[in-house]
Design a binder for this molecule. Structure first.
Ligand code: SF4
Length: 376
C-alpha cells in the first residue's frame, strides 16, 4: 500500500496552477497539521504494509520542519512502514533551509522532488514561480550536502514563447547537476488561471504565444536524446531516471496498488479482488477542519473498469503491461480480454511485444491517446 499526504499551502499562486493550493496563515497551517494527524490516526491499520509515502502539494516545504516530522511519525505509529520504503517530499526552491533538510532526514525522508520547471529566469517569471534558477541550484547543493542521494527535478516543456534551443538548454544544465530522476511534463493551460486569460487575450489580438505542435513534438524527442546522453532512461511517458531510481510511488499508481490519501482533495483506492473503490476527501479546507471524515466522489469499480484502468495506466510505462501479472491479477489472459485490440495495433506497429509484455512502440507513443481510448 502507498500513502499520499496533501499539503495545500503555497507562498503564492503560480500563473498556470489549478491545483488545490493557496497561501494561508500560520494558524490555519497549525490546525491543518493537527487535523491531518488525526485523520492518519483514525485510519490506523497495522496490517497494512506501506511501500511508499509521498508528501505533496502545494508546497509541503513551506511548513516548519517539525510539522513534517510529526506527520511522518504519526504515519509510522499507525501503519507498518517498510524499512526500505521510499519517502518523498515535494519542494519548491526558495522554501528550504539547512534546518528543514536535517529535520526531513531525521524523519526518514529519503527522496526530494524539486519543482524547478525551467533554468531560465524569464520563463520562471512568466510562470509566476517564486524562485530563480540560482535559488534552485543553491537548494539542490544544500540537499546534497545534507546527504540526500535520491533527488528528482520537475521540468516543463511547451512554455510561453519557449524555443527548442532554450528548452534543450534547460535539459542540459539540469542533467549536468546529475540528479537521480527528472520528470518533464508539457505545460497545460488550465481554464480559470491567469495564464489562460493571458493566452486567450493574446490570441484575440492575433498573437499565438504557445510553441507550435511540431516544436512540442520535437521537444519530446529531444528530451529523450539529451537525457539518454547523460545516462537517464525513459521508463514512463514523462519520467526519466538513472538505473534503480525509478519513482516507486508513481510506479505503484501505474500498476494499480492500493493507496490512501490524507488531507484535502486526496484520493484513495482500495482493491477487493474483483471490485475496487475510489474516493476523495473534501476539497474544502473549512469542511475538512470541521470534519476530517468528509468524503466525496465515491466511485465503485467493476472488474471490467479495473482491467481497463490497468491497461491505460500500464501503457504509460515504457515496459508496458505484463501478460503474467494481468493473468495473476484478473484470472483471465490478456489475449482473451483484449486480443482483438492488441492484435490490431501490433499489426500496424503502434504496439510491440516480447514474451511477457505488450508496450507502446515509439510511433505508438505519439498517438497514445487514441490507442488508449480503445481500452476504455
Ligand atoms: S508551487 Fe505548485 S502548487 Fe503551488 S502554486 Fe505553484 S504550481 Fe501550484
Amino acid at each position: 500500500m502507498e500513502i499520499y499526504v496533501h499539503i495545500p499551502f503555497c507562498i503564492k499562486k503560480c500563473t498556470y496552477c489549478d491545483f488545490l493550493s493557496a497561501p494561508m496563515d500560520d494558524e490555519i497551517k497549525d490546525k491543518y497539521v493537527k487535523a491531518l494527524c488525526k485523520e492518519i490516526e483514525n485510519g490506523n491499520n497495522k496490517d497494512e504494509f506501506v511501500s511508499s509515502i509521498f508528501i505533496g502539494g502545494g508546497t509541503p516545504t513551506v511548513l516548519k520542519g517539525e510539522y513534517i516530522e510529526k506527520i511522518i511519525y504519526t504515519i509510522c505509529e499507525n501503519y507498518n512502514v517498510n524499512l526500505d520504503a521510499e519517502i518523498s517530499i515535494e519542494c519548491n526552491p526558495g522554501t528550504i533551509t539547512y534546518e528543514k533538510l536535517i529535520s526531513y532526514k531525521r524523519s526518514g525522508i529519503n527522496r526530494i522532488s524539486f519543482g524547478l520547471q525551467s533554468s531560465h529566469n524569464d520563463e520562471l517569471k512568466k510562470l509566476g514561480r517564486i524562485h530563480t534558477y540560482e535559488d534552485f541550484v543553491e537548494n539542490f547543493e544544500l540537499a546534497r550536502q545534507v546527504g540526500f542521494k535520491n533527488i528528482n527535478i520537475d521540468l516543463m516543456s511547451g512554455l510561453i514563447n519557449q524555443s527548442l534551443k532554450k528548452f534543450s538548454d534547460t535539459l542540459n544544465k539540469v542533467a549536468k547537476l546529475n540528479p537521480e530522476h527528472i520528470s518533464v511534463y508539457s505545460l497545460i493551460i488550465e481554464e480559470n488561471t491567469p495564464l489562460y486569460e493571458y493566452v486567450r487575450k493574446m490570441e484575440r489580438d492575433g498573437i499565438d504565444i504557445r510553441p507550435l505542435e511540431e516544436v512540442e513534438r520535437e521537444m519530446y524527442k529531444v528530451t529523450k536524446q539529451i537525457l539518454s546522453s547523460f545516462g537517464y532512461e525513459r521508463y514512463e511517458i514523462s519520467n526519466y531516471s538513472k538505473s534503480g531510481y525509478e519513482c516507486k510511488h508513481n510506479i505503484g499508481y501505474w500498476t494499480g496498488i492500493d493507496y490512501i490519501g490524507f488531507g484535502i482533495g486526496a484520493a484513495s483506492y482500495k482493491n477487493f479482488g474483483n471490485k475496487a473503490i475510489r474516493w476523495k476527501n473534501t476539497d474544502s479546507i473549512s469542511k475538512y477542519l470541521d470534519n476530517i471524515e468528509t468524503k466525496q466522489d465515491v466511485e465503485r469499480l467493476t472488474i471490467d473498469d479495473m482491467m481497463s484502468e490497468y491497461m491505460i495506466l500500464g501503457f504509460r510505462l515504457c515496459k508496458g503491461v505484463s501478460k503474467k501479472d494481468f493473468y495473476n491479477k484478473f484470472g483471465v489472459t490478456l489475449q482473451k480480454k483484449y486480443g482483438d485490440i492488441i492484435n490490431k495495433y501490433l499489426v500496424n506497429g503502434f504496439l510491440a511485444e516480447n514474451e511477457d509484455r505488450v508496450f507502446l512502440s515509439e510511433k505508438g507513443i505519439d498517438v497514445s491517446n487514441y490507442i488508449l481510448c480503445d481500452f476504455m
